[in-house]
Design a protein. Structure first.
Length: 301
């Protein structure tokens, strides 16, 4: 496997807000290629315990290689972060001092020419972060009704042409199965008027690809479930840092912080933290990142 890796986003900010200290326990819920976890280990000289979770086996293999020097301090777990409580129970951990989420996909996934996350490559229409799951994006595109597809494109992609794209898809699949990213892009190119495509600031397939990815991986559902568990598992005064990349994720984080905040969370980022201009210049994928941080304040430990 070529380790192209992933440039971790807002590392300095994460270290500043998470305040990792020796002898503490942290959970990196989206360990990915291990960038943030490595920075925590370096900052603390490896004197911490980190549970690194990811549902993507390929990413975990990259993380394992990257973190090899700190093998004593890190436990990597292939799982969905919506099972956070049972993952920690499995490690006999009751409370943790900090939890990090760096949501969405990694460059490893986006740049893969086989996994179908990007319309830049011709590949099977897959988009599963966890290859043990059965449902692929091709399954959704070929099996859902036009109405169901339209709802996905609208709700998760805010796609203006959702209705037309869904109808063109269902017409196309009467003749041919849509199996690849290229098949889908071609149908979309027919559904969206040429003038609109030309004028669009972003590639015309961006929103539909994002919507399918969110749907197939049930990203928003898992996030909401996981955050509730995270708040319970945090020791007081443990901190939770969440980096999100689109408004639907961010809305869930904001709402959950607010709901839980009434009783036992102090929201530390009244104003969202954004990456610096310098970071965005170096790593354009950081441009939509938003960091929110809260601290557990209830008495129970
Ligand atoms: C943006 S990347 C994280 C990159 C990582 N912070 C680094 O520095 O390399 C997001 C990762 O989260 C994983 N992921 C997304 N949703 C997940 C979920 N519900 N459960 C477990 N892992 C998830 C993805 O597979 C991906 O590897």
């Amino acid at each position: 496997m070529t380790v192209t890796g992933h440039i971790p986003v807002m590392v300095e900010e994460v270290l500043f807000w998470l305040r990792p200290r020796a002898e503490a326990i942290y959970v990196d819920c989206t360990v990915g290629c291990g960038g943030h976890t490595l920075s925590i280990l370096e900052k603390t000289g490896g004197q911490v315990r980190i549970i690194g979770i990811d549902q993507d086996g390929e990413a975990l293999e990259v993380a394992r290689q990257k973190l090899i020097r700190y093998v004593q301090s890190v436990t990597l777990v292939r799982a969905n972060f919506s099972d956070l409580t049972s993952i920690l129970q499995g490690q006999r951990i009751k409370r943790v001092d900090g939890i990090l989420y760096d949501l969405g996909v990694s460059s490893l996934q986006l740049d893969s020419q086989e996994r179908g996350f990007s319309f830049r490559y011709s590949s099977p229409l897959d988009m599963r972060m966890d290859l043990r799951e059965e449902t692929t994006a091709a399954y959704l595109v070929n099996k859902l009704s036009a109405l169901e597809l339209k709802k996905i494109f609208l709700n998760f992609g805010q796609e203006r042409w959702a209705d037309r794209i869904a109808r063109f898809i269902t017409e196309e699949r009467r003749k041919n199965t849509i199996t690849s990213t290229t098949d889908l892009v071609q149908v979309m190119a027919r559904a969206i008027p040429a003038g609109v495509r030309r004028k669009s600031r972003i590639h015309f397939a961006t929103r539909v690809f994002l919507a399918l990815r969110i749907a197939i991986n049930r990203e928003l559902e898992h996030l909401a479930i996981s955050l509730d568990q995270a708040f319970e598992l945090l020791a007081s005064p443990g901190r939770i840092c969440v980096i999100s990349y689109h408004s639907l994720e961010d809305r869930i984080v904001k709402q959950k912080f607010k709901e839980t905040g009434k009783e036992n969370l102090k929201i530390l980022t009244k104003k969202i933290i954004r990456p610096s201009g310098r970071e965005i210049e170096k790593n354009p994928r950081a441009r939509s990142a938003k960091l929110r941080v809260a601290e557990k304040i209830c008495k129970r430990k």
